[in-house]
Design a protein around this ligand. Sequence first.
Ligand code: NAD
Length: 430
Amino acid sequence: MDILQPAVYKEPAPILDKENPFESMMHRFDVAAHLLNLEPGVYEYLKTPVKQIIISIPIAMDNGEIKVFEGYRVIHNDILGPSKGGIRYAPDVSLDEMKALAAWMTWKCAIMNIPFGGAKGGVRCDPGKLAPLVIEKITRRYTANLLDIFGPDRDVPAPDMNTNEQVMAWIMDTYSMHLRRTETAVVTGKPQILGGSLGRREATGRGCMIVTLTAMEKLGLKPKDTTIVVQGFGNVGSTTAQLLAEKGCKIIGIGDVSAAYYNKKGIDLANASEWVKSSRTLAGFQGAERISQEELLELECDVLVPAAKEDQITHRNAAKIKAKIICEGANGPTTAKADPILQEKGILVIPDILANAGGVTVSYFEWVQDRVGYFWSLDRVNSRLERMMSEAFISVYESAERYKVSLRIGAYILAIDKVARTLKLRGIYG
Ligand code: NAD
């Protein structure tokens, strides 16, 4: 079988007016597959998840009632190694969303040269309205139902939206109880005391900082002359803002789900973090002028870091974005329909599958450390992360130049080509 034989394969389909993350992912996949002349059979293979699991999670609630939650785990691909991907708890979790996020994990690991495939999981629930004990019960039953799927050599979960170190500790404990021995490498993003890695919590923001500085260098922007706007002030957004500020950049806009703020002289991030610590959100912060969520994204600035959620830059607002660089801290913050508008404006977009890959990279470091049983210093974690992010940026940049495409399509080409070539070597068992 010749995987990269000449194309007999259709043009990418036009983008539909209504977009969802899966359609956005598939559109970019189609463009890259077309440029790679991917054989139709391989195209079919790579677009189809290996496993899509839907489970029911019955829970005895505090009042004695039984409530049934729906849980998901999608393994998109495991050609490069055990599948890896976060677990999200939210009321709008759906199979389509899981499929897109799982595929992004496959491409992300391929770009980073990490020996993992891609997966994603979640439970449809509203964790804000659930007692911690119920969240623990959901987590343990979810894990027990997926015992045959999870495993350090099979499928390795991590935190995502509304799940954290504590949830990972419960998954690790439940899995270990059934195994009759402690198995720390079954999840990453654990508390350090249970085998978590130093530097994991800041890893995604640190990765964003590294690729942003590299992109700034390409455009001849010096940190002291660079203004930054960050949407989302959680783990990724606040760390990226802080680390870029430490490099000398001026953070002029920040925002979270509650409010957005602008200060052309620069925002005092320590004050903003203190405020969020005491009031949970940014609303009411005094160190800057309040603006609308739309205005935040459209501010005059050098770098915009969307680090909140999907579908923030769309065909409706893309033409109004004034940044020179967009660093996608979030997964899927830009829709496929917005891509050509940003490209037309000459904005350099560092795509999510590269920009936020620092998290999965240090998750990989955590898995390696757990399996060897020897833990690295923070310096070692950070310097290896820096090397891998810089190498990935260069590979994506070269791929984009070679095919004369955006960094996003260059990244997809690099990833799909790597997985397809690995598939060719392994062959099809069937
Ligand atoms: P988080 O929960 O710590 O923070 C999310 C932030 O976004 C919060 O400040 C929240 O208020 C804000 N937000 C939510 N909805 C918003 C809206 N509609 N408008 C403006 N702000 C809004 O989450 P996080 O871990 O920082 O993740 C953020 C994004 O980065 C997600 O897309 C996630 O999938 C992605 N990501 C995270 C990691 C990681 O290691 N944490 C790794 C890769 C990708």
